[in-house]
Design a binder for this molecule. Structure first.
Ligand code: ACO
Length: 325
């Protein structure tokens, strides 16, 4: 039976020029390269320049994805930007990206699910494309977390970085089988009872300030492996695939120990996992498309590959997407 699927036509990414190493951080807070590498797997991260906004990062990533897909921006009718660090409280960063790219038809909006933002945005775009409401979507994950970090708090400021990634999705008729190209299954979850484990202590409606990121790292860690593994198992079940049939596992990049725990629990072999954490740190909603782009540029991501993406973040929110490239 013919069905409409959201086929991923291309990926693009952008990283700010400035690099902050663990040694650089050890001159700002009481930490060391050894502590950060051993506890997290991170070696360096990129930091946006003064005046370089989340939208600037997103626009650069989107332009690359559009060129690679050979799609004229005017043929895009849906722009979704996943971000927790928008340029302004409103309008949505997606609207500025849309305007800069010369798109004025269709819809544009942001999704705020923190580190799960890209997975939430992909699932949202997928549903709009499958319903026939839009034909081509630009889905972007873009963050400047450096602007919401407390640079005197060593327990958080060493973990995050800035960056952006983007994909172009296109509604295409497929056969309705598990061998189809495109997004095959998505699963989104949230449980707001855990809000106080990972949050920003400000906002326009409460303090009228931006605030800084606060986290109980040990508790977040405790939930991560179990919640992420659970949602992956549900996604695989829905699609009829087993974990060992995945060609490429592209997880949100938060912590090497979380990635080890998930891949061991699911039985995904290490050579199938895309790890960019050491070079980028945790870039929140940007981490999955940045990792997709890395795999693409390393010729590890090819048409026909079965790709599993997952993320968990503040809220808690979490989710997974299974797609055939
Ligand atoms: N440098 C040196 N020492 C540090 C640092 C640092 N940067 N940060 C904390 N410490 C110290 C602590 O003060 C503590 O010292 P104490 O024993 O004297 O009190 C000691 O190191 C151990 O602290 P813990 O918090 O227990 O360290 P832990 O092994 O749990 O590692 C970490 C902390 C890396 C944050 C870990 O808990 C983690 O990765 N949690 C997951 C959080 C995460 O990834 N969040 C991202 C957003 S959510 C997501 O994307 C899934």
């Amino acid at each position: 039976m013919a069905v409409i699927r959201s086929v991923i036509r291309s990926v693009g990414a952008y990283l700010p020029k400035k690099v902050l190493t663990n040694d650089d951080l050890s001159r700002i807070v009481d930490t060391s390269d050894e502590w950060i590498r051993e506890r997290t797997g991170i070696r360096r991260r990129h930091i946006a320049a003064d005046g370089e906004l989340t939208s600037d990062l997103g626009i650069a990533a989107a332009r690359q994805a559009l060129v690679r897909a050979n799609i004229d921006p005017v043929d895009i009718d849906l722009v979704i930007c996943a971000t927790a660090t928008p340029d302004r409280t409103f309008p949505a960063t997606a609207v500025r990206i849309q305007a800069e790219l010369g798109i004025s038809n269709g819809a544009a909006f942001d999704i705020q699910a923190v580190c799960s933002g890209f997975v939430y945005a992909l699932a949202t775009a997928d549903n709009f494309l499958k319903s026939g409401q839009f034909k081509r979507a630009l889905v972007i994950g873009a963050e400047t977390f450096s602007r919401i970090l407390d640079w005197s708090d060593r327990t958080t400021c060493v973990l995050f970085g800035d960056g952006a990634g983007a994909v172009v999705l296109e509604a295409q008729p497929q056969h309705g089988t598990r061998e189809d190209r495109g997004i095959l299954a998505t699963r989104l979850r949230a449980d707001g009872r855990y809000e106080d484990l990972l949050y920003v202590d400000g906002g326009p409606g409460s303090t009228k300030t931006t605030g800084h990121l606060r986290m109980n790292g040990r508790e977040v860690f405790r939930h991560a492996v179990q919640k992420i593994s659970g949602v992956i198992e549900e996604t695989l079940l829905e699609s009829g695939y087993a974990a060992d049939e995945i060609d490429l596992f592209v997880p949100h990049q938060a912590n090497a120990r979380i990635l080890d725990g998930i891949s061991r629990k699911l039985g995904v072999s290490p050579e199938k996992i895309v790890v960019t954490l050491s070079e980028h740190g945790n870039t929140s909603a940007a981490s999955i498309p940045l990792a997709l782009n890395h795999a693409f540029e390393q010729h590890r991501l090819k048409e026909g590959n079965l790709v599993l993406m997952e993320a968990m973040g503040g809220g808690f929110t979490w989710g997974a997407v299974l797609a055939r490239w």
